[in-house]
Design a protein around this ligand. Structure first.
Ligand SMILES: *Cc1c(COP(=O)(O)O)cnc(C)c1O
Length: 437
């Protein structure tokens, strides 16, 4: 028996309803999360999930790929336009496999890679000892400066000249300052290293022209599509023409089998959305909101690593507040504010209960929130931390957070009302409080 609609599978349907309610009533400050448009959700939930398409447009190992070829070609062309890329592979299933494909295309096991130290803001796939990257390759690391909390390019150069890595990696999951792409490239040129940028976090801000684009400079650039870029879960690899063949071969047949065509279509939709003028406005507001949140938190005596932010995220050092990042994450969950604990540079505490908390503005900005709400969020965070043993006060904050969230609906709320049918134009227009969701 097949279900006629999702609501007939009561267990999954009920859990999903609860998740939609959680998203709808919660303040999402996890820096790597966002809300996709209804159009992206439609592409993801489409019949394309039925198809097998191993290979590339015009060169498939299965029949029936005429229209999938059209879709993948559109995704590639739109990504090229968005990031001024010479070559794009849109098939990587997520950020970590995309990075794996880059290493497999360019390195041999044991080769040396220079990247940002993980507890200073790097990512698991940038050489963490428990990750394939750290197991297979010889990662050496640069750090942020102890006084400024910022990357010091003189130090990067010094390490690079001394270590002579085969690849220099620039990118982060928890760093709030801009990277000097050209300086990385100049250093790589001195030692003949390949440059690789992982822009998973900031791709949307680059697409929205608020942060400098490394794609015209670097040899290879990967990004996830589901963070600030506001598309489906997945990733793409962009590179100079001379790496195109090696990258494509590394993704398929090297790493993956069939691409997820429904995700490819959803990526294409998200790229088209990111090419619109209102996406520039969105990404500008993301940064404005992050700055407003950081400023207000600093006024409330919170310490922000590096003293502020140039992008969508910040890492708060909670040491002076007398709780660790894990305790803060759990506490804020109680008041419907979602965050993620984070190590801070030179952390005195272990990674499972680090000293920091990472906050980000992409999701709340998609809902249409502006500086006023950001200041209020900072006040709620401070109030929750100050009243952490006062259940009554926490319940009151939770109710205020929820009421504000309900004024800024997410797309799925409409889907829920309609039993997951297509919303009417009228209902979609009602959602138009933010940036064209
Ligand atoms: C999120 C992230 C990734 C990995 O993404 P997944 O899709 O979770 O595998 C890779 N690199 C950086 C810098 C990231 O922030």
């Amino acid at each position: 028996m097949q279900f006629k609609k999702l609501s007939e599978d009561k267990e999954i349907y009920n859990a999903l309803q609860k998740e939609i309610k959680r998203q709808s009533e919660g303040m999402e400050l996890i820096a790597s999360e966002n809300y996709v448009s209804h159009a992206v959700l439609e592409a993801l939930g489409s019949e394309l999930t039925n198809k097998y398409s191993e290979g590339y447009p015009g060169k498939r190992y299965y029949g029936g790929n005429k229209f999938v070829d059209d879709i993948e070609t559109l995704a590639i062309e739109r990504a090229k336009q968005l990031f001024s890329a010479e070559h794009v592979n849109v098939q990587p299933l997520s950020g970590s496999p995309a990075n794996a494909a880059v290493y497999f295309a360019t390195l041999k096991p044991g080769d040396k890679v220079l990247g940002l130290k993980l507890d200073h803001g790097g990512h698991l796939s940038h050489g963490h000892p428990v990750n394939f990257s750290g197991l297979l390759y010889n990662f050496v690391q640069y750090t942020v400066d102890k006084n400024t909390g910022k990357i010091n390019m003189d130090e990067v150069r010094e390490i690079a000249l001394h270590e002579k890595p085969k690849m220099i990696l620039a990118g982060f999951s928890a760093y709030s300052r801009n990277l000097e792409w050209q300086k990385f490239q100049d250093i790589a040129d001195e030692i003949g290293a390949i440059t690789f940028a992982d822009i998973a976090h900031i791709a949307g801000l680059i697409a929205g022209k608020q942060i400098d684009n490394p794609v015209p400079i670097f040899d290879i650039v990967t990004t996830t599509t589901h963070k600030t870029l506001r598309g489906p879960r997945g990733a793409i690899i962009m590179c100079k023409q001379k790496f195109a063949e090696a990258i494509d071969r590394s993704v398929f047949p090297g790493m993956q089998g069939g691409p997820h065509d429904n995700n490819t279509a959803a990526k294409a939709v998200a790229f088209a959305e990111a090419l619109q003028p209102d996406f520039t406005e969105y990404s500008r507001q993301v940064i404005t909101n992050a700055k407003a949140l950081a400023d207000e938190l600093m006024k409330l005596n919170f310490t922000i690593i590096s003293g502020g932010t140039d992008n969508h995220l910040m890492v708060v050092d909670l040491t002076n507040k007398g709780l660790n990042g894990r305790q803060a994450e759990t506490l804020l969950d109680k008041v419907n504010i979602s965050t993620s604990r984070s190590t801070i540079p030179f952390d005195q505490l272990p990674p499972y209960k680090p000293s920091g908390l990472r906050l980000g503005s992409p999701a709340v900005t998609t809902r249409g929130m502006k500086e006023t709400e950001m200041k209020q969020i900072a006040k709620w965070i401070a109030a929750a931390v100050d009243s952490r043993d006062d259940e009554e006060k926490l319940a009151q904050i939770r109710e205020e957070v929820k009421q504000t969230c309900l004024r800024f609906p997410i797309p799925s709320v409409i889907s829920e009302k309609n039993g997951f049918a297509n919303p009417s134009d009228d209902e979609l227009n009602k959602l138009n409080n933010g940036f064209g969701l």
